[in-house]
Design a protein around this ligand. Sequence first.
Ligand SMILES: [Zn+2]
Length: 434
Amino acid sequence: MTQTQALTKTLVFPLDVQSGNESLLHDARLECRRVFNEVLRLNYDGWNWDKIENVVEQNADLVQNTAQRIIDKAFDALDNYYDYDDWGRPWYKHETFPLRMNYGEGYNLFLEDETVRFRISAKPYNHVKGELRGTQDQFDLLRQAIEDDDWHVGTAEALVRHGREELHATVTNETAEVGAKTTTETVTGVDINEDCVALAALTEHGIEDSVVIDYPEIKEQRHRYFTMRKRMQEAGQTGFNDVFRDKEQQFVHDQLHTVSRRVVEWIQRFDSPVIVFEDLKDMRDDIEYGTRMNRRLHSLPFAKLRDFITYKAAWRGIPSDDVDPEYTSQQCPVCGHTERANRHKKRFKCCECEHQDHADRGAGISVAQKWLRTQEDRNVPALNTLPQVRKWELRRQASGPVDGPTVTHHTERGHQTDGVSGVSDQSTGRSSGA
Ligand SMILES: [Zn+2]
Protein backbone atom coordinates (compact mmCIF):
# COMPACT_ATOMS: atom_id res chain seq x y z
CA MET A 1 0.00 0.00 0.00
CA THR A 2 1.26 3.45 -0.81
CA GLN A 3 0.17 6.99 -0.23
CA THR A 4 0.33 9.78 -2.76
CA GLN A 5 1.23 13.41 -2.35
CA ALA A 6 2.26 16.32 -4.51
CA LEU A 7 5.97 17.01 -4.64
CA THR A 8 7.64 20.10 -6.02
CA LYS A 9 11.19 20.55 -7.16
CA THR A 10 13.09 23.61 -8.33
CA LEU A 11 15.12 23.19 -11.52
CA VAL A 12 17.95 25.58 -12.30
CA PHE A 13 18.87 26.52 -15.87
CA PRO A 14 21.47 29.04 -17.00
CA LEU A 15 20.02 31.19 -19.76
CA ASP A 16 21.50 31.68 -23.17
CA VAL A 17 19.80 34.97 -24.00
CA GLN A 18 19.31 35.88 -27.65
CA SER A 19 21.39 38.92 -28.44
CA GLY A 20 19.68 42.24 -28.55
CA ASN A 21 17.53 42.03 -25.45
CA GLU A 22 19.85 41.20 -22.58
CA SER A 23 19.08 44.39 -20.73
CA LEU A 24 15.34 43.71 -20.63
CA LEU A 25 15.66 41.17 -17.83
CA HIS A 26 17.70 43.58 -15.77
CA ASP A 27 15.16 46.35 -16.33
CA ALA A 28 12.34 44.02 -15.32
CA ARG A 29 14.13 43.13 -12.10
CA LEU A 30 14.55 46.80 -11.26
CA GLU A 31 10.81 47.23 -11.79
CA CYS A 32 10.14 44.23 -9.54
CA ARG A 33 12.19 45.88 -6.83
CA ARG A 34 10.28 49.11 -7.25
CA VAL A 35 6.97 47.25 -6.98
CA PHE A 36 8.10 45.40 -3.88
CA ASN A 37 9.29 48.58 -2.20
CA GLU A 38 6.13 50.43 -3.20
CA VAL A 39 3.97 47.87 -1.41
CA LEU A 40 6.02 48.29 1.77
CA ARG A 41 5.90 52.08 1.51
CA LEU A 42 2.13 52.26 1.06
CA ASN A 43 1.66 49.78 3.88
CA TYR A 44 3.74 51.96 6.20
CA ASP A 45 1.67 54.92 5.03
CA GLY A 46 -1.37 53.12 6.39
CA TRP A 47 -3.11 52.08 3.17
CA ASN A 48 -5.30 49.00 3.30
CA TRP A 49 -4.02 45.98 1.43
CA ASP A 50 -6.76 45.71 -1.18
CA LYS A 51 -6.12 49.26 -2.23
CA ILE A 52 -2.36 48.71 -2.32
CA GLU A 53 -2.85 45.67 -4.50
CA ASN A 54 -5.01 47.54 -7.01
CA VAL A 55 -2.92 50.66 -7.26
CA VAL A 56 0.47 48.96 -7.39
CA GLU A 57 -0.69 46.40 -9.92
CA GLN A 58 -2.10 49.08 -12.20
CA ASN A 59 1.05 51.17 -12.09
CA ALA A 60 3.50 48.32 -12.51
CA ASP A 61 5.33 48.15 -15.80
CA LEU A 62 5.13 44.34 -15.74
CA VAL A 63 2.87 41.63 -17.08
CA GLN A 64 -0.14 41.64 -14.75
CA ASN A 65 0.31 38.29 -13.05
CA THR A 66 4.03 38.90 -12.67
CA ALA A 67 3.24 42.11 -10.82
CA GLN A 68 0.83 40.04 -8.73
CA ARG A 69 3.60 37.57 -7.81
CA ILE A 70 5.84 40.40 -6.60
CA ILE A 71 3.03 42.06 -4.64
CA ASP A 72 2.30 38.69 -3.02
CA LYS A 73 5.91 38.44 -2.04
CA ALA A 74 5.86 41.81 -0.34
CA PHE A 75 2.65 40.85 1.47
CA ASP A 76 4.33 37.63 2.58
CA ALA A 77 7.19 39.60 4.07
CA LEU A 78 4.73 41.85 5.88
CA ASP A 79 2.62 38.93 7.06
CA ASN A 80 5.70 37.31 8.45
CA TYR A 81 6.61 40.48 10.25
CA TYR A 82 3.16 41.02 11.77
CA ASP A 83 2.81 37.35 12.73
CA TYR A 84 6.24 36.73 14.18
CA ASP A 85 8.16 39.97 14.40
CA ASP A 86 11.28 37.90 14.19
CA TRP A 87 13.49 40.03 12.04
CA GLY A 88 12.12 43.48 12.55
CA ARG A 89 10.03 45.17 9.94
CA PRO A 90 10.81 44.38 6.29
CA TRP A 91 12.94 47.08 4.74
CA TYR A 92 13.24 48.36 1.22
CA LYS A 93 15.27 46.24 -1.15
CA HIS A 94 18.45 47.80 -2.47
CA GLU A 95 19.57 44.93 -4.65
CA THR A 96 17.80 43.88 -7.83
CA PHE A 97 14.90 41.57 -7.37
CA PRO A 98 14.11 38.23 -9.02
CA LEU A 99 11.54 38.40 -11.78
CA ARG A 100 8.84 36.03 -10.59
CA MET A 101 6.44 34.59 -13.16
CA ASN A 102 3.61 32.16 -13.75
CA TYR A 103 4.11 29.47 -16.36
CA GLY A 104 2.18 30.15 -19.54
CA GLU A 105 1.68 33.77 -18.56
CA GLY A 106 4.91 35.40 -17.49
CA TYR A 107 7.12 32.83 -19.17
CA ASN A 108 6.88 29.92 -21.56
CA LEU A 109 9.05 26.95 -22.47
CA PHE A 110 9.16 25.15 -25.80
CA LEU A 111 10.55 21.65 -26.21
CA GLU A 112 12.56 21.02 -29.31
CA ASP A 113 14.58 18.03 -30.38
CA GLU A 114 17.92 19.10 -29.04
CA THR A 115 17.03 22.02 -26.86
CA VAL A 116 14.46 23.93 -24.84
CA ARG A 117 13.66 27.48 -25.84
CA PHE A 118 12.24 30.03 -23.44
CA ARG A 119 10.22 33.18 -23.79
CA ILE A 120 10.03 35.53 -20.84
CA SER A 121 7.60 38.43 -20.87
CA ALA A 122 9.92 40.88 -19.17
CA LYS A 123 7.63 43.81 -19.84
CA PRO A 124 4.17 43.96 -21.40
CA TYR A 125 4.59 43.13 -25.11
CA ASN A 126 8.32 42.85 -24.64
CA HIS A 127 9.84 39.37 -24.66
CA VAL A 128 13.23 37.97 -23.94
CA LYS A 129 13.99 34.83 -25.88
CA GLY A 130 16.73 32.26 -25.98
CA GLU A 131 17.68 28.74 -24.97
CA LEU A 132 18.05 27.00 -21.64
CA ARG A 133 21.37 25.52 -20.65
CA GLY A 134 21.91 23.03 -17.87
CA THR A 135 22.44 19.41 -16.94
CA GLN A 136 20.75 16.43 -18.52
CA ASP A 137 18.86 15.37 -15.41
CA GLN A 138 17.34 18.84 -15.08
CA PHE A 139 16.26 18.69 -18.71
CA ASP A 140 14.81 15.20 -18.23
CA LEU A 141 12.69 16.38 -15.31
CA LEU A 142 11.55 19.43 -17.23
CA ARG A 143 10.59 17.36 -20.26
CA GLN A 144 8.61 15.03 -18.02
CA ALA A 145 6.88 17.97 -16.34
CA ILE A 146 5.83 19.44 -19.67
CA GLU A 147 4.72 16.21 -21.33
CA ASP A 148 3.36 14.03 -18.51
CA ASP A 149 -0.19 14.57 -17.22
CA ASP A 150 0.79 13.78 -13.65
CA TRP A 151 3.16 16.73 -13.64
CA HIS A 152 2.95 20.43 -14.13
CA VAL A 153 5.31 23.36 -14.46
CA GLY A 154 4.79 26.15 -11.93
CA THR A 155 6.21 29.55 -11.11
CA ALA A 156 9.75 30.46 -12.03
CA GLU A 157 12.22 33.19 -11.19
CA ALA A 158 14.65 34.85 -13.56
CA LEU A 159 17.63 36.07 -11.60
CA VAL A 160 21.35 36.65 -11.75
CA ARG A 161 23.53 34.34 -9.75
CA HIS A 162 27.31 34.41 -9.78
CA GLY A 163 27.07 36.93 -12.60
CA ARG A 164 24.99 34.61 -14.77
CA GLU A 165 21.38 34.82 -15.93
CA GLU A 166 19.40 31.87 -14.60
CA LEU A 167 15.87 30.55 -14.65
CA HIS A 168 14.71 28.73 -11.52
CA ALA A 169 11.58 26.86 -12.53
CA THR A 170 9.42 24.71 -10.27
CA VAL A 171 7.96 21.41 -11.40
CA THR A 172 5.39 19.44 -9.43
CA ASN A 173 4.56 15.78 -9.49
CA GLU A 174 0.91 15.65 -8.42
CA THR A 175 0.81 11.99 -7.52
CA ALA A 176 4.17 10.98 -6.11
CA GLU A 177 4.04 7.78 -4.13
CA VAL A 178 5.55 7.24 -0.71
CA GLY A 179 5.60 3.91 1.12
CA ALA A 180 2.97 3.20 3.75
CA LYS A 181 4.21 3.64 7.31
CA THR A 182 2.59 0.39 8.41
CA THR A 183 4.77 -1.78 6.17
CA THR A 184 8.09 -0.26 7.10
CA GLU A 185 10.88 -2.39 8.47
CA THR A 186 13.52 0.11 9.47
CA VAL A 187 12.65 2.99 11.74
CA THR A 188 15.09 5.87 11.70
CA GLY A 189 14.78 8.16 14.70
CA VAL A 190 16.01 11.69 14.00
CA ASP A 191 17.23 14.11 16.64
CA ILE A 192 17.84 17.60 15.26
CA ASN A 193 20.03 19.99 17.22
CA GLU A 194 21.53 23.39 16.71
CA ASP A 195 24.89 21.94 15.73
CA CYS A 196 24.20 18.36 14.65
CA VAL A 197 21.62 15.81 13.61
CA ALA A 198 21.68 12.31 15.08
CA LEU A 199 20.21 9.30 13.27
CA ALA A 200 19.50 5.85 14.68
CA ALA A 201 18.07 3.03 12.53
CA LEU A 202 16.13 0.36 14.42
CA THR A 203 14.23 -2.73 13.37
CA GLU A 204 11.99 -4.78 15.65
CA HIS A 205 15.03 -6.96 16.29
CA GLY A 206 17.63 -4.41 17.25
CA ILE A 207 19.70 -1.46 16.18
CA GLU A 208 21.07 -1.49 12.64
CA ASP A 209 23.32 1.54 12.70
CA SER A 210 23.60 5.12 13.89
CA VAL A 211 25.44 8.28 12.91
CA VAL A 212 25.85 11.86 14.12
CA ILE A 213 26.26 14.50 11.40
CA ASP A 214 27.91 17.64 12.79
CA TYR A 215 27.38 21.04 11.22
CA PRO A 216 29.13 23.45 13.61
CA GLU A 217 29.37 26.11 10.93
CA ILE A 218 25.64 26.72 10.82
CA LYS A 219 25.60 27.59 14.48
CA GLU A 220 28.74 29.72 14.21
CA GLN A 221 27.53 31.63 11.19
CA ARG A 222 24.09 32.24 12.61
CA HIS A 223 25.57 33.64 15.78
CA ARG A 224 27.97 35.76 13.77
CA TYR A 225 25.21 37.28 11.65
CA PHE A 226 23.02 37.72 14.68
CA THR A 227 25.71 39.78 16.42
CA MET A 228 26.42 41.85 13.33
CA ARG A 229 22.79 42.63 12.78
CA LYS A 230 22.30 43.62 16.35
CA ARG A 231 25.25 46.01 16.19
CA MET A 232 23.88 47.60 13.04
CA GLN A 233 20.47 47.99 14.59
CA GLU A 234 22.00 49.71 17.57
CA ALA A 235 23.81 52.03 15.18
CA GLY A 236 20.53 52.73 13.39
CA GLN A 237 21.65 51.16 10.11
CA THR A 238 18.39 49.37 9.48
CA GLY A 239 18.68 49.56 5.71
CA PHE A 240 21.49 47.04 5.68
CA ASN A 241 19.70 44.46 7.75
CA ASP A 242 18.12 42.88 4.71
CA VAL A 243 21.46 42.19 3.13
CA PHE A 244 22.65 40.34 6.20
CA ARG A 245 19.44 38.50 6.63
CA ASP A 246 19.54 37.32 3.04
CA LYS A 247 23.16 36.23 3.34
CA GLU A 248 22.51 34.33 6.51
CA GLN A 249 19.45 32.64 5.12
CA GLN A 250 21.29 31.72 1.96
CA PHE A 251 24.15 30.23 3.93
CA VAL A 252 21.93 28.24 6.29
CA HIS A 253 19.73 27.18 3.41
CA ASP A 254 22.67 25.76 1.41
CA GLN A 255 24.14 23.98 4.40
CA LEU A 256 20.83 22.45 5.41
CA HIS A 257 20.33 21.18 1.88
CA THR A 258 23.64 19.41 2.05
CA VAL A 259 22.87 17.96 5.47
CA SER A 260 19.45 16.76 4.38
CA ARG A 261 20.95 15.07 1.33
CA ARG A 262 23.41 13.21 3.55
CA VAL A 263 20.62 12.17 5.88
CA VAL A 264 18.45 10.74 3.12
CA GLU A 265 21.41 8.99 1.48
CA TRP A 266 22.14 7.31 4.78
CA ILE A 267 18.54 6.24 5.36
CA GLN A 268 18.11 4.91 1.82
CA ARG A 269 20.46 2.01 2.56
CA PHE A 270 17.94 0.31 4.83
CA ASP A 271 14.98 -1.91 3.99
CA SER A 272 11.60 -0.14 3.76
CA PRO A 273 12.57 2.79 5.95
CA VAL A 274 10.38 5.33 7.73
CA ILE A 275 11.81 8.56 9.14
CA VAL A 276 10.57 9.65 12.53
CA PHE A 277 10.98 13.14 13.97
CA GLU A 278 9.96 14.71 17.19
CA ASP A 279 6.82 16.74 16.79
CA LEU A 280 8.03 20.31 16.65
CA LYS A 281 4.87 21.88 17.94
CA ASP A 282 6.18 21.37 21.41
CA MET A 283 9.58 22.79 21.93
CA ARG A 284 12.27 20.66 23.41
CA ASP A 285 12.68 20.93 27.12
CA ASP A 286 16.46 20.92 27.14
CA ILE A 287 17.03 24.22 25.39
CA GLU A 288 16.94 27.54 27.11
CA TYR A 289 14.59 29.83 25.29
CA GLY A 290 15.15 33.28 26.67
CA THR A 291 14.20 36.23 24.57
CA ARG A 292 12.09 35.98 21.49
CA MET A 293 15.14 36.47 19.32
CA ASN A 294 16.95 33.76 21.14
CA ARG A 295 14.11 31.38 20.53
CA ARG A 296 14.10 32.12 16.84
CA LEU A 297 17.83 31.84 16.68
CA HIS A 298 17.69 28.34 18.04
CA SER A 299 14.54 27.10 16.43
CA LEU A 300 15.13 27.84 12.76
CA PRO A 301 17.19 24.80 11.72
CA PHE A 302 14.77 22.41 13.41
CA ALA A 303 11.80 23.11 11.22
CA LYS A 304 13.73 23.79 8.05
CA LEU A 305 15.98 20.76 8.22
CA ARG A 306 13.02 18.60 8.98
CA ASP A 307 11.18 19.97 5.94
CA PHE A 308 14.16 19.37 3.68
CA ILE A 309 14.65 15.80 4.89
CA THR A 310 10.96 14.95 4.65
CA TYR A 311 10.82 16.35 1.19
CA LYS A 312 13.90 14.72 -0.22
CA ALA A 313 12.88 11.42 1.35
CA ALA A 314 9.41 11.63 -0.17
CA TRP A 315 10.98 12.01 -3.60
CA ARG A 316 12.54 8.62 -3.01
CA GLY A 317 9.29 7.10 -1.76
CA ILE A 318 10.29 7.18 1.91
CA PRO A 319 7.54 8.24 4.34
CA SER A 320 7.99 10.40 7.46
CA ASP A 321 6.15 10.54 10.75
CA ASP A 322 6.52 12.09 14.18
CA VAL A 323 6.22 11.31 17.86
CA ASP A 324 5.56 13.36 20.95
CA PRO A 325 8.94 14.86 21.91
CA GLU A 326 8.37 14.79 25.63
CA TYR A 327 11.30 13.27 27.52
CA THR A 328 12.92 11.67 24.45
CA SER A 329 16.23 13.26 25.34
CA GLN A 330 16.01 12.15 28.97
CA GLN A 331 14.94 8.57 28.48
CA CYS A 332 17.43 5.72 28.73
CA PRO A 333 17.24 3.60 25.55
CA VAL A 334 18.44 0.52 27.44
CA CYS A 335 16.34 0.40 30.62
CA GLY A 336 13.74 3.04 29.88
CA HIS A 337 14.46 5.07 33.00
CA THR A 338 13.56 8.72 32.43
CA GLU A 339 15.07 11.52 34.43
CA ARG A 340 16.35 14.99 33.64
CA ALA A 341 19.62 14.22 35.42
CA ASN A 342 20.35 11.48 32.86
CA ARG A 343 21.48 14.13 30.45
CA HIS A 344 24.30 16.64 30.74
CA LYS A 345 24.57 18.57 27.49
CA LYS A 346 26.10 16.13 24.96
CA ARG A 347 26.63 13.35 27.49
CA PHE A 348 24.04 10.84 28.55
CA LYS A 349 24.49 8.68 31.62
CA CYS A 350 21.54 6.75 33.00
CA CYS A 351 21.09 7.29 36.74
CA GLU A 352 19.52 3.83 37.00
CA CYS A 353 21.54 1.38 34.86
CA GLU A 354 24.61 3.57 34.20
CA HIS A 355 24.31 3.20 30.44
CA GLN A 356 26.39 5.91 28.74
CA ASP A 357 25.98 7.41 25.30
CA HIS A 358 26.30 10.46 23.08
CA ALA A 359 23.17 12.27 24.20
CA ASP A 360 21.89 13.13 20.72
CA ARG A 361 22.43 9.65 19.32
CA GLY A 362 20.57 8.34 22.38
CA ALA A 363 17.72 10.73 21.67
CA GLY A 364 17.55 9.41 18.09
CA ILE A 365 17.19 5.88 19.45
CA SER A 366 14.50 7.00 21.88
CA VAL A 367 12.54 8.60 19.06
CA ALA A 368 12.63 5.36 17.03
CA GLN A 369 11.65 3.28 20.07
CA LYS A 370 8.84 5.63 20.88
CA TRP A 371 7.44 5.34 17.38
CA LEU A 372 7.53 1.52 17.51
CA ARG A 373 5.71 1.65 20.83
CA THR A 374 2.90 3.71 19.29
CA GLN A 375 2.35 1.20 16.47
CA GLU A 376 0.07 -1.77 16.81
CA ASP A 377 1.69 -5.20 17.06
CA ARG A 378 5.20 -3.86 16.85
CA ASN A 379 8.04 -5.18 18.93
CA VAL A 380 10.32 -2.67 20.60
CA PRO A 381 13.77 -4.28 20.55
CA ALA A 382 15.74 -4.72 23.74
CA LEU A 383 19.02 -2.87 23.38
CA ASN A 384 21.95 -4.11 25.43
CA THR A 385 24.93 -3.00 23.44
CA LEU A 386 25.00 -0.13 21.02
CA PRO A 387 27.37 0.41 18.11
CA GLN A 388 30.15 2.98 18.40
CA VAL A 389 28.97 6.50 17.72
CA ARG A 390 30.09 7.39 14.23
CA LYS A 391 30.49 11.04 13.36
CA TRP A 392 30.49 12.91 10.10
CA GLU A 393 31.33 16.53 9.85
CA LEU A 394 30.00 18.71 7.11
CA ARG A 395 32.97 19.88 5.09
CA ARG A 396 33.70 23.54 5.44
CA GLN A 397 32.99 25.44 2.29
CA ALA A 398 33.88 28.88 1.05
CA SER A 399 30.79 30.98 0.77
CA GLY A 400 30.35 32.30 -2.73
CA PRO A 401 28.72 35.52 -3.82
CA VAL A 402 25.11 35.95 -2.94
CA ASP A 403 22.50 37.42 -5.20
CA GLY A 404 19.92 38.25 -2.63
CA PRO A 405 16.53 36.78 -2.00
CA THR A 406 14.72 34.47 -4.31
CA VAL A 407 11.81 32.10 -4.01
CA THR A 408 9.68 32.37 -0.91
CA HIS A 409 7.41 29.63 0.30
CA HIS A 410 4.01 31.18 0.07
CA THR A 411 1.74 29.81 -2.66
CA GLU A 412 -1.77 30.71 -1.67
CA ARG A 413 -3.01 32.78 -4.56
CA GLY A 414 -3.81 31.17 -7.87
CA HIS A 415 -2.42 28.00 -9.25
CA GLN A 416 1.24 28.39 -8.69
CA THR A 417 3.81 26.22 -7.14
CA ASP A 418 7.08 27.04 -5.69
CA GLY A 419 10.17 25.55 -4.16
CA VAL A 420 8.04 24.65 -1.18
CA SER A 421 10.09 23.57 1.77
CA GLY A 422 13.34 23.98 -0.10
CA VAL A 423 12.90 21.30 -2.63
CA SER A 424 15.79 22.05 -4.83
CA ASP A 425 18.97 20.08 -4.86
CA GLN A 426 20.61 23.21 -6.15
CA SER A 427 21.12 26.15 -3.91
CA THR A 428 18.43 28.43 -5.14
CA GLY A 429 18.95 30.92 -2.37
CA ARG A 430 15.33 30.71 -1.46
CA SER A 431 14.58 32.88 1.52
CA SER A 432 11.99 31.94 4.02
CA GLY A 433 10.51 33.26 7.18
CA ALA A 434 10.08 31.32 10.41
ZN1 LIG B 1 19.16 3.01 31.94
